[in-house]
Structures are given as C-alpha cells and as structure tokens.
Design a protein around this ligand. Sequence first.
Ligand SMILES: Nc1ncnc2c1ncn2[C@@H]1O[C@H](COP(=O)(O)OP(=O)(O)OP(=O)(O)O)[C@@H](O)[C@H]1O
Length: 304
Amino acid sequence: MSTGLAMETAGLGKRYGRTWALRDCSLAVPAGHVVGLVGANGAGKTTLLSLAVGLATATTGQVRVAGGRPAGSAAALDAVAFVAQEAALYRNLSVADMLRMGRGMNRRWDADRAQDRLRELGIPVAKKVGALSGGQRSQVALTLALAKRPELLVLDEPLAALDPVARHDFMAALMTAVSQDGISVVFSSHVVSELERVCDYVVVVHGGRIQVCGEVEDLVAEHCVLTGPAEQAETVVQRFPVVQDRRAAAQAHLLARAPASSAAPAGWQRHPVGLEELLLAYMREPSASVLPGPQPLHGEQVVH
Ligand SMILES: Nc1ncnc2c1ncn2[C@@H]1O[C@H](COP(=O)(O)OP(=O)(O)OP(=O)(O)O)[C@@H](O)[C@H]1O
C-alpha cells in the first residue's frame, strides 16, 4: 500500500458502449494539495471523479485514493467525501433532516461543526433544501461533506450554478476548511480564471486522456512566453517544446516549455506566463502535453 497520495491511477479506463470516456489514465497526485481538474465539455472529468469516489467501475486499470485505498472500498468510502455536480440534496427535506441523515450514515460525523458552520453562514436548518438559494444549497452540500471529516474531498463542478459572489464565498469556505483540516481536495471546474487563486496542483484532461498534470508552481516556472523576430521562430521551435505558436509578420509569440534556467535565445525576450494563460494554451492545443508530476506506482496488485 502506498501512502502520501491523494489519488493515484494506473492504466485507468472507462468505456460506455463504444465510447471511451477515459483512457489509459495514469497519474499520482500527492496528498495535501488543492487540485483543479479542467478540460472541455465531455473531456472525461466527471468520469475520472466518479471512478475515484467509487460511483463507477473501471473498464481497465486501477484507482486508489486517500493513501492507497482502492476506490469504492469501505476504507475509501470512510475517507472520501464527494459533492456531485448537482449537489445531490433532497429538496423536500429540511437542512436539519439532511444533517440527521448524514449522522446516521457516517461513523466519524462531526455534528457540532456542521451546526456551527451553518449558523455562521446564516443558513436556517429548519428550512427545506428546495427553498434555499443555489449558493446556500452548495454551502449545505459542502458542510455535509466536511462533517464526514474526510481525508480527500472531491467536488464535481461546485461553482457551475453559482453567481460570482456565491462562487467567491464557496471557495473561501473551501480554503478555510483546507487550512483548518489539512485535507486534500480535487475539484473539476470550467472557471479557469479562478484556479490560480485556489489551486496548487492542476490536471488537464482532453478526449479522455490526461494532458497535463503537475504542481502549479512547477508548471508556471517551466513555461514562459518567448517573443522575438518571426524569421527566427523555427530555430526556437526546434530548441524548446512550443505549446502555442503565434506569429505576426515581424514578431513571434511562442508559449514554450523553457525552464527559467535555460537562457532565452539571443534577440528574444522571456515573459512569465500565468496559470490561466497556460491552461488555455494547453486546452487549445490538445497535441501538446506535459506530465511532470510524480510517477504512479506500477505493477502493484490491487485487490477490490
Ligand atoms: N453514462 C454514460 N453513458 C454514455 N456515455 C457517457 C456516460 N457518461 C459519460 N459519457 C461520455 O463520456 C465522455 C466523458 O464524459 P464526462 O461526463 O466524463 O465529461 P466531462 O469532462 O465531465 O464533461 P462536462 O464538462 O460537460 O461535465 C463524453 O463523451 C460523454 O458523452
């Protein structure tokens, strides 16, 4: 059994009929990170998260979570909390009913903390879930997930239905929980502009395959935009892997994998690149990939 990894997959694949929703996915995400999972519609994000929380079974390969527990096993269910895309709450039940259900279904339920959290947020527990705003419903779902005291919290597009203020409040609540509890978080999102503020690790999925996986700090340090004369661009392209190539008549802008330790070519300037720009470049260029994260374990037998 391996430890220190929030999520690890080896050769993981999921097929629905003739469609491979996820294919040959091998990654190892260290514990203690806030991981942003991004990719276009239909890229395979929900499939990967569903496999990780044990809601779907793999067609090929393996997935383990929270320090090597096989996904879907009793040990994993104890250690992992999941907030689904539509924050699966029973709209006809009151918030208090949901809290009672949570307590009945979980061994390590922290009822006091859940009550305190909802009080601080001003969410009345007597109210029916269906009568809450979208932002309040998301906060209730997060409260229920945190009350489980998970080691790994998985959220599928938690920001999708929220307005900018609710989105900000939700992420602030999540970050507070992360710093208080030291949990690992993996969440999928289309809001690439907000990831820089909250994530320290990113995974990009494209067409069911992992395209990018690594620590934000490393990724940003390993990339830059090189600007210089367009007629010399080909020589630069041969020297550095280029993710995005933009050329005008006179000048070229190349978003390249060129670590800070490598000198910029003579006559060229190096500019730092932000996470949003970097992720958008990779998402626009599916053939470019980078996988600098730790190597997943191979060859270990996992008994489900
Ligand atoms: N239950 C299913 N039956 C058939 N095909 C499915 C099923 N679930 C997902 N797929 C297909 O698998 C692929 C990946 O879907 P998935 O929902 O994982 O993508 P996603 O990245 O989460 O997309 P989105 O951002 O739109 O939520 C898509 O082509 C989708 O149509």
